[in-house]
Design a protein around this ligand. Sequence first.
Ligand code: NAP
Ligand code: MG
Length: 501
Amino acid sequence: MPRIPKSTALTKRAPHAEALALQFGDAWAYAPAPETTPVTVKDRYDLFIGGKFVKPSSGKYFPSLNPASAKKLTEIARGSARDVDKAVVAARAAYAKTWSKIHPRERGKYLFRIARMIQERARELSILETMDGGKPIRESRDIDIPLVAAHFFYYAGWADKLDYAFPGKTPNPIGVAGQVIPWNFPLLMAAWKLAPALACGNTVVLKPAETTSVTAMHLAEIIREAGVPDGVVNIVTGPGDTGAALVNHPGIDKIAFTGSTEVGKHIAKTLAGTSKTLTLELGGKAANIIMEDAPLDQAVEGVINGIYFNQGHVCCAGSRLLVQESVYPKVLRKLTDRIETLRVGDPLDKNTDVGAINSKEQLGRIAELVDSGVAEGADLVQSNCRLPSKGYWFKPSFFTGVTASHRVAREEIFGPVLSVMTFRTPAEAIDRANNTCYGLSAGIWTDKGSKIFKMAGALRAGVIWANTFNKFDPTSPFGGYKESGFGREGGVQGLMPYLRV
Ligand code: NAP
Ligand code: MG
């Protein structure tokens, strides 16, 4: 069983939430509006190697759960080092025979076709993403899947224009790319990896995360139906060992990894001294900074979007809130009221704001860190929402009274838990925001354009949002500073890791 934080017992209903409940009664309670479009989930999913769905050489499969019910959704093939080897051989052959040889315009055509087919099957993919990963349908339907299609469209456009991306230079593909991705944006991370690699003329072996492999296998179907030559894309599912086998395979020219800083560091050590090139997209502990002149309602809504939607399962989540002292009481009150109105529950319901935690293990990690916050003396505020009796859930929560040395201020929680701190001057806000080993993203809320420019220049983070948060677009590069990794995905910059220029 996941550990339930001892801290839960300390939760008090915030006074303003009490007043709201008295005033509005159950006005917040919409009727359920669950998604009813039927989708087909297969009983089991095989590996995708050389353009065919093949059984794993070990004959073994592992269960993939629906985290909202903790029930088995399907079975996924457990790829071994032998399967990885077959996939790399298939990718190498496809690289040499077709993909690096065909006209770049043809590569573009395949990618455009994939993008259109994703759009046609968007509803199905959104539902599958939500069933397998636990994120609210609103998120997968309105954010993940449209962005997946957008990335394929965007990089399809670059396929025959690489000479314009790097004028005066000769861009060439690298060869076979090994790509390992996490569970928080399963299909979107696959798109971020596959689209630029393929546009640049590389072939690929992709390893999805263990708990969320289903949509990658449906993408494999799309890739096959689109007529992409056999072996250009290979997908080998399995646990961390399968990822390690891919990283260590001598036939790979490039590794692209998105996941935890811990595993990223391990991969960097493994690859040191080899000819493989590496890009790492790792963890984050973003600061969301509210200045006293900010539009506060809008800012609080941005904070909510930045940490609670998608259960805080976002590498660039605004998990540290820095509020200027003069507006702290107001912001705190608004935040307390707002988390009380967040709807936690059935991810397939379009009214749901906060879905299920992706796995029992992740719930355990969140609970352990929240316990540490309470033990170290921070004050926990949690929503009074009722959690479903089955599945993996965590109440929207935040800590006040947090100091920079608390674990909840330093470590990535990767759950719907915010650490609130205050500052007096812009310089102090910048110091506090930069006081982290990470540097993936940051947010600034202010009425003054000059403050935005000044602060954005001083923040050590790859992405900085101003008066908004967690907005993505395939044309803008994404990536980290410091222990959040190196290399950029998205935009023209996202082509670089897949080319020798
Ligand atoms: P993780 O444990 O590092 O796993 C990421 C992927 O690596 C999974 O496919 C995993 O397989 C695999 N893996 C595990 N051990 C491996 C090894 N020794 N060699 C090769 N592959 C290995 O991360 P996670 O918990 O799934 O994801 C959450 C983390 O990802 C967070 O830290 C988050 O910030 C980060 N993230 C970063 C970005 C970004 O763009 N910077 C985006 C999304 C997420 P299993 O699934 O079997 O464990
Ligand atoms: Mg699952």
